[in-house]
Ligand binder design. Structure first.
Ligand code: 26Q
Length: 798
């Protein structure tokens, strides 16, 4: 399908008149925004209709991706790009006297996620849809997505993200497909016609109303949906109690229900078992599974063949309740025997693990779990009983490990163990991460279920992160090698033939410069700060967490600052940060305050001759990332080795020509493998060395006493060098409580940063490194990842 400018213009005019009763000369920009979105949404709906019709007669296996988070970002440009009508729409809007870029900026991000895990779900949805697979995403229609971040005197403030007001446009309500979800109450066993039956009684009901966000593939006829459930009370207003004069009580059940889809939980990898979070999980799992079963039964006589026709993917343990809920549906609603139900469940569910950090592995207190989900609890207990027996009887040598592998222990339900016991596939998200899962965290499971654990290294969609975010670079690449890379990113390797081409290298440098200037304008506008486009743009953007070690970066900045103050001259640098801290994560907020304080001191110090600038960009999010990545020259990936499961920002920056400065962690290892040691800057301990130092006892004081730079930095902060502000929290952390051994890697990091500065002197060589990174980034395409999921997991044995 293609559309001419004239057609689009006519449709805009028609829609404007029908919706607002105006012609273009009278319309406000807000009305034009609504009009453009309406026209695009109509195209999506039409295409979706055609695809649904086609799928009615197809028994292609369906992929269901369950995720508490989908970090969608903005949709307008993405839809126009994927529908192949961006240029025409731009012209049509222009002829009506408006500017499409301005309209893009009016759209809020759909920020229904915290970071990498949520964005991965969205990248996979784009890839699977473009590749032509029937892929449905299931999540929650949070009324408030990830909070808007304001920084006031270095302190992070959280403001509500009311995205629906301007972003709700894209959602198609499907009230007729609502489902009911049951909470609380108790289970009873009763004799019925077919013997003993388990009955869930005295529960309360929440209604799950689906809203679909339509996602079109690029150059494919597929439009898939991301189905977001909204919680409502079946009777949000109880007329009975109202009539009795109990006015507040009459609204209570509505409030209790609506709270479930009110707000996205911010992640801090330090999980507190909150009952609302448990209800969110069960709410969207139960509604989605009912939906999946219903769709299956439309074209199949029973659920016997569910595993052949559907695969349900569990994105981290957050939707792990899929295991007992699918069992419940099969046992209680469809009368299957335990054995048959278990067989169907295990062959339908697959799970991806995204973290090895023990404090991030979800566990639920049994008492809370039983209170809200009594029937699910009895099923988990039976799963656990049978699993423990199975191991006891079949693996005598593993009897000692039953306690740690069990799904229930220490009065808690362990969601990761539940997934390992039930799912037919469990995967990690990078080679290193999967090795750690197999050899360390889940070693016993790996012995009991050989072959169950596999790796699928994460990937990103270049269609958003290159073609839409960095049109200058995309155009240059298309000019050099054609546009085949849009559907086969490995074709970027053809760029290697230009490694000695001076015109290409200097054009690459010129594009980077223009993207730096674009980001520079954003910084001027939002931070009131002028940055030098000749300086190295050194970028660390990601969730704020101790293990990601934003602090290591901050210490290096202080080191450079002190060096200049002591008379050194350095290669000018602009350090750019973006990060949200989970609202209750005190240390993370302190780290933000620390970075901002460094920025205050550094940025106003004229004696530095503009050699150093520090920028903390407020409210980091997908749409801002689209402007930052193209301008990045150094990609900071400096987590403690073994802690970052994969990272995906590293891939996005590499694709945009940045050079990685990182530890041998997560996917950095694979970046290193493809670009070679000359095109990446690696420093610090590797995962084995981290473990060894941990075993031998890490003593930060030894580092402090033996490294003069560290001593100088810490004493500068202690003396009040940062405008007299107190940072004892940071100092004590580094010297007393730092699990992530920041100081142990400092000297190696400092020297690596010196190498960066030296390399940057030779512009041609730098541009070659940059080109090489782009050329080798094809392996990190989400299309490649999705193909591996298809081949090794979702369509395996089909
Ligand atoms: C859990 C319970 C309660 C509240 C919040 C959470 C929660 C929510 C989100 C815990 C963790 C997250 C998000 C984790 C995340 O983004 N992980 C990242 O996933 C990426 C995709 O695989 C990896 O590349 C990153 O390495 C990993 O950190």
């Amino acid at each position: 399908m293609s559309y001419s400018v004239k057609e689009l213009k006519d449709e805009l005019v028609k829609t404007l008149s029908a919706e607002y009763g105006y012609d273009a000369s009278e319309a406000t920009i807000l009305q034009m925004y609504g009009t453009v979105l309406t026209v695009v949404q109509q195209k999506l709906l039409q295409k979706r209709g055609e695809y649904t019709e086609k799928m009615k007669n197809s028994d292609q296996k369906r992929i269901y991706y369950m995720s508490m988070e989908f970090l969608v970002g903005r949709s307008l440009k993405n839809n126009l790009y994927n529908l192949g009508m961006e240029a025409e729409m731009k012209e049509a809007v222009k002829e009506l006297g408006f500017d499409l870029e301005t309209i893009y900026e009016m759209e809020p991000d759909a920020g229904l996620g915290n970071g990498g895990l949520g964005r991965l779900a969205s990248c996979y949805m784009d890839a699977a849809t473009t590749m032509g697979y029937p892929f449905t995403g299931f999540s929650i229609r949070y009324e408030f997505g990830i909070f808007r971040q304001k920084i006031v005197d270095g302190w992070q403030m959280e403001l509500p993200d009311n995205w629906l007001e301007m972003g709700g446009f894209w959602l198609v309500p499907r009230r007729d497909e609502s489902k009911e979800v049951h909470f609380d109450g108790e289970v009873k066993e009763e004799w019925g016609e077919n013997g003993l039956k388990t009955i869930h009684k005295n529960y309360y009901t929440v209604r799950a109303v689906p809203y679909d966000l339509l996602i079109s593939g690029k150059d494919s006829d597929v439009v898939n949906s991301l189905r977001l459930w909204s919680a409502e009370s079946p009777s949000s207003f109880d007329m009975g109690s109202f009539a009795r004069g109990e006015h507040v009580k009459s609204m209570e059940s509505g409030n209790r229900a609506e709270a479930i889809s009110k707000v996205l939980y911010p992640a801090d990898d330090n999980i507190e078992g909150k009952s609302l979070r448990l209800k969110q999980q069960y709410f969207f799992v139960s509604a989605s599974l009912q939906n999946i079963v219903q769709v299956h039964l439309r074209t199949n006589p029973s659920l016997d063949n569910l595993p052949e026709k559907a695969v349900i993917h569990i994105n981290d343990t957050h939707p792990a309740l899929c295991v007992p809920e699918l069992m419940r549906i099969l046992l209680d609603d469809y009368g299957y025997s335990w054995e048959k139900a278990w067989d169907i469940t295990c062959r339908t569910l697959a799970y991806t693990n995204h973290t090895i950090m023990s404090e991030a592995l979800e566990k639920w207190d049994m008492t809370l779990f039983r209170h809200h989900l009594p029937r699910i609890t009895s099923i988990v207990e039976e799963i656990n009983r049978r699993f423990c027996n199975y191991v006891y009887n079949n693996f005598p040598e593993k009897r000692g490990a039953i306690g740690s592998m069990a799904a229930i222990g220490d009065n808690q339900v362990r969601m990761a163990n539940l997934c390992l016991i039930a799912c037919f596939s469990v995967n990690g998200v990078s080679k290193l991460h999967t090795d750690i899962l197999k050899n360390d965290c889940f070693r016993d499971f790996n012995d009991i279920f050989p072959g169950k654990l596999t790796n699928v290294t994460n990937g990103i969609t270049a269609r958003r992160w290159l073609n839409q975010g960095n049109p200058l670079l995309a155009d240059m690449i298309t000019g050099l090698i054609g546009d085949g890379y849009v559907h086969d990113l490995s074709k970027l390797s053809e760029l290697k033939k230009f490694m000695e081409d001076d015109a290409v290298l200097s054009r690459l440098g010129e594009i980077k410069r223009q993207n730096k200037e674009r980001l520079g304008r954003y910084i001027a506008e939002h931070n009131g700060l002028r940055v030098d486009p000749n300086s190295i743009f050194d970028v660390q953007v990601k969730r704020l967490h101790e293990y990601k070690r934003q602090l290591l970066n901050a210490l290096e900045i202080l080191h450079l600052y002190l060096a200049i103050k002591n008379g050194a001259t350095i290669q000018p640098r602009t350090f750019i940060f973006g990060a949200k801290a989970s609202a209750g994560y005190y240390m993370a907020k302190e780290i933000i305050r620390f970075i901002c304080a460094i920025g205050d001191v550094v940025n106003r110090d004229a004696s530095l001759n503009g050699q150093l600038k520090v920028v903390f960009l407020e409210n980091y999010r997908v749409s801002l990332a689209e402007t930052i990545y193209p301008a990045a020259e150094i990609s900071e990936q400096i987590s403690q080795a073994g802690k970052e499961a994969s990272g995906t920002g590293n891939m996005k920056m590499m694709l945009n020509g940045a050079v990685t400065l990182g530890t041998m962690d997560g996917a950095n290892v694979e970046i290193h493998d493809v670009v070679g040691p000359e095109n990446i800057i690696i420093f610090g301990m590797n995962a084995a060395e981290v473990n060894e130092l941990g075993r031998n006892g890490y003593n930060p004081w030894n580092v402090y006493n033996s490294n003069g730079y560290i001593k100088e930095i810490i004493e500068f902060v202690r003396r009040g060098g940062l405008d007299g502000k107190n940072f004892d929290t940071i100092i004590n952390y580094l010297l007393q409580n730092d699990q992530y051994m920041t100081l142990a890697d400092f000297e190696s990091y400092r020297q690596a940063q010196e190498r960066v500065a030296a390399l940057y002197q030779d512009k041609r060589r730098w541009n070659q490194m940059s080109l090489r990174n782009i050329a080798e980034s094809g392996i990190f395409s989400a299309d490649r990842s999705v193909q591996e999921y298809i081949d090794n997991i979702w369509y395996k044995n089909c």
